[in-house]
Each structure stands twice: as C-alpha cells, then as structure tokens.
Write a protein that binds this ligand. Sequence first.
Ligand code: MFK
Length: 219
Amino acid sequence: MTVHTQPVAEAPDPRSFGLPVVEDGSIPAELRSLVSRVHDLIDVVANTGADRETLAEAAAVVEDLTGRLDVDRRQIGTMVERTMSDGTTEYGTITNIVSGDTSPVAPPLFLERVPGGLRGEVTLNTIYQGPPGLAHGGWVAALLDQAVGSASAVETSPGLTAKLEVNYRRPTPLFTPLEVIGRVDRTEGRKVFVSGEIRAHGEVTAEATALMIRVQIPE
Ligand SMILES: CCCCCCCCCC(=O)SCCNC(=O)CCNC(=O)[C@H](O)C(C)(C)COP(=O)(O)OP(=O)(O)OC[C@H]1O[C@@H](n2cnc3c(N)ncnc32)[C@H](O)[C@@H]1OP(=O)(O)O
C-alpha cells in the first residue's frame, strides 16, 4: 500500500539549480534515430564475427563519425523535461544511463504513472549481460534505482539514493520483456522510503527497498 505522509509537491524546475533544460519534444527525430542505431551498434559490435577487413573499415568509419559528431557538446547536467501520459511533468538528466533520451547505452527505461507508483517495460540485450543469457546484477540494481528514484521524484521531490538494498530472487533474463515498478511507501521530512521490483513473465526476479534523501530546494 502506498502511504503519503506529506502532500505531493510541485516538481522544482531544474533551472532554479542553474541547470539547462531541454523539452523532450525538441530533441530532433534524427538524434533519436542516431541514438537507437548506436544502441543496436553496441550490441552488434560486442558480438560480431565479421572479418578483419570489415572490422578495420568499421573502426575507421566510426572514428570519422565520432570526430564529426564531437561538436557543440551539451553542458554536463543538462536536463530533459517530459510530460507523462497523466500530464505530470518529469525531469531527468538527458544522458541518464538508464533512461536518458540521448544515451545510446540506456535500455532505455521510460516510466509512466500507474495507481500506486511508476511502471515501465524494458527488454535488455547483451549490452547488459552478466552471467550467460542473464542481466548483470549491477544493471538490475540500476533499473531498480531509477524506478524508485523517479517514483520519489514524481511523488514527492527529487533526491539522491542514500541506501539501496536489492534482493535477487531469480535470474533476470535478457531478450525478455521486463516490467519495472517503483513506488513511495512513506516519507519522513527529507527521507523518502521507496520500494520496487522487476518481473519477467509475471514473476518477480528482483526487488528493492531504498532510502532517498530529497535535495534542498534553493530559496
Ligand atoms: C531528477 C529526477 C531523477 C530521478 C532518478 C534518479 C535515479 C538515480 C538516483 C541515483 O543514482 S543518486 C546517485 C547515488 N547516490 C549518491 O551519490 C548519494 C551520495 N550521498 C549523499 O550525497 C548524501 O549522503 C545524501 C544527500 C544522501 C544525504 O546527505 P545530506 O547531508 O543531505 O543528509 P543529512 O546528513 O542531513 O541527513 C538527512 C537525514 O537522512 C538520514 N540519512 C542520510 N544518509 C543516510 C544513509 N546513507 N542511510 C540512512 N540514513 C541516512 C540522516 O540520518 C538524516 O536523518 P534525520 O533527519 O532523521 O536525522
């Protein structure tokens, strides 16, 4: 059961922390397409059996592209503003490794508000492999950290993870749709007690409890 001991706060605007903010709708479709293609490229490169000539050619092409794209870099800490399907405004770092719009490494996990918390679906490829065919435990923790952190940010106000405990119940498989859930259980001043879980085929593979400490909003 979700218990709110404090009223839900209006999300603070990251601009008040001096951070640049980009609206998600203003991210060019071409950049989203590039991010998605590089995501697939990472998985392919990690598994390729191409011949040496093809590998050398690909390395040169990628080196050239890296040089062409390394212009006008975003400021570290750039945030993206998105509106969830229920109208809630959410902020996250644009390169967040779990859910960042412009991170080719992100699975990506996009969370939506559901009764009792946040929910998202994600399918992991070999980028996230730990044991054979299974998700790396650190990535399982990262998904859960994101889900409970976002739940805390949306249901109360943004904070940092002070403590995260993960219980790995079953192996979390690759190439399988995963349901990721985060919720706020209770708040005590700046302390937000949260929990979440990951399910594959409806069965819990990992669950977490965490303590988030809400950041102080500048006057
Ligand atoms: C924008 C939306 C983004 C949402 C998604 C984000 C998901 C990803 C989240 C992360 O990955 S965050 C990155 C990983 N976490 C960190 O790097 C945090 C590192 N730690 C810190 O910066 C500080 O320790 C922390 C901000 C968590 C707390 O420092 P403070 O100086 O603000 O807290 P303070 O010492 O005043 O303590 C406040 C209360 O919290 C309690 N507390 C603090 N740290 C604790 C801890 N580790 N364990 C238990 N209790 C703790 C502390 O006892 C106290 O309780 P009381 O009010 O009852 O006295």
